[in-house]
Write a protein that binds this ligand. Structure first.
Ligand code: NAD
Length: 357
């Protein structure tokens, strides 16, 4: 029997507008093919919302988010703000606020390498082959939410973690590790940072509840190096907001491109699904952005928020089939790619839909 779900779509800024349309089209197609009833609403956030209302997260968008079953988000950001640090109202405030308001404390970032893209990465294929990592990035603490101070000649951002914040994400990561290869690596900077010493102490405590999972603690600087040297050594990685932000952009090279990585943010209520990339000013409006991260974010939504595992697998298989047929967007093309098969956002999205049908 089909399910009834309300989905809020927030395309946001830049390429968010271009790629989210394809995540949504995939959800529409799945609903048609499997007789589900998905009702869509649209909301604004980021630079487009500042332009329209003066607020990066209008109350109306937040209300729509609260009454939805899941949210498909694109990206926020505009070059105007990146180059003018003095602007007080900024697009990313919208994203940080919605994460906090919805209690989205765990950001899951699966680093899934499609075999067809082994050659797309700048890392050697023999090092990449077989990599499969699931990152848990903490999302509502750390320097992103700590107290900020600024004088003419001084600035500070407080790195702050509470015990409960580390406990809840560590438990989620251990539960996931149990369903995978039973290895968990906790990344911190406990040799220098007090917040990291609390992080490590708490993870050591939770580890005792999961004796079947092998636990490793690693400093962030070493983790950044090991990730490129030997990505296969990692299974589940759990880390704080700042380290997770940086480490997962680095890990996108394992999957070939930022345009391939989807994420799910979960917590107290509704799930929030988005590519890990930003609004990509350098390619926005050119119609060349890779839509696969948005499409794979839709697949995560089907699985995690709606429990529709077959439908989710169907989307992943359609992406795989499209890559097997040789189709590529520019970010995942290389010298071996047939130039005729390199296409823009809409043509690539359309190929995935064909394969879905
Ligand atoms: P970015 O992720 O937007 O882009 C980094 C690089 O990856 C760029 O060269 C871009 O062209 C490429 N890229 C990203 N997504 C791609 C895709 N789907 N297909 C092909 N290539 C892709 O990061 P940035 O350039 O550092 O930041 C741009 C803006 O995005 C900034 O304003 C930043 O604040 C914002 N940002 C937003 C989010 C978010 O909304 N979650 C995340 C990161 C950055």
């Amino acid at each position: 029997m089909g399910v009834d779900k309300k989905i809020l779509v927030i395309p946001g800024d830049g390429i968010g507008q271009e790629v989210t349309a394809w995540g949504q089209k995939v959800l529409v197609t799945i609903a048609e093919n499997y007789k589900h009833n998905f009702v869509f609403e649209e909301g604004i956030m980021g630079h487009v919302a500042i332009e329209a209302t003066g607020n990066p997260l209008p109350d109306e968008t937040l209300e729509k988010a609260r009454r939805s079953d899941a949210i498909l988000f694109g990206a926020i950001g505009h070059a105007k703000y990146d180059n003018d640090p003095s602007l007080k109202v900024r697009p990313e405030q919208g994203l940080l606020k919605i994460r906090k308001e919805l209690g989205l404390y765990a950001n899951l970032r699966p680093i899934k390498l499609f075999d067809e893209l082994l050659e797309a990465s700048s890392i050697k294929p023999e090092i990449l082959r077989g990599s499969d990592i699931l990152f848990f990035r903490e999302l509502t603490g750390d320097v992103y939410f700590g107290e900020k101070n600024r004088t003419e000649n001084m600035a500070s951002d407080l790195m702050i973690y509470h015990r409960y914040e580390v406990e809840r994400i560590a438990r989620k990561a251990y539960e996931a590790a149990r369903t995978r290869r039973k290895k968990l690596c906790s990344v911190d900077k406990a040799n220098v940072l007090e917040a990291s010493r609390l992080w490590r102490e708490v993870v050591q405590g939770i580890a005792k509840e999961y004796p079947d999972v092998e636990t490793e603690h690693m400093f962030i600087d070493n983790a950044a190096m090991q990730l490129i040297k030997d990505p296969k050594r990692f299974d589940v990685v759990v880390t704080g907001n700042l380290f997770g932000d940086i480490l997962t952009d680095e890990a996108s090279q394992i999957a070939g491109s930022m345009g391939m990585l989807a994420s799910a943010s979960i917590g107290d209520s509704v799930g929030f699904y988005e590519p890990i990339h930003g609004s990509a000013h350098d390619i926005a409006g050119k119609g060349i952005a890779n839509p696969l991260a948005s499409i794979l974010s839709a697949a995560l939504m089907l699985d995690i928020s709606f429990g529709l595992k077959n439908e989710s697998q169907r989307v992943i298989k359609a992406v795989e089939a499209t890559l097997k047929q040789g189709y590529r967007t520019m970010d995942i093309a290389n010298k071996h790619t047939d130039n005729h098969l390199v296409m823009g956002t809409d043509a690539m999205g359309a190929k995935v839909l064909e394969n879905l049908n």
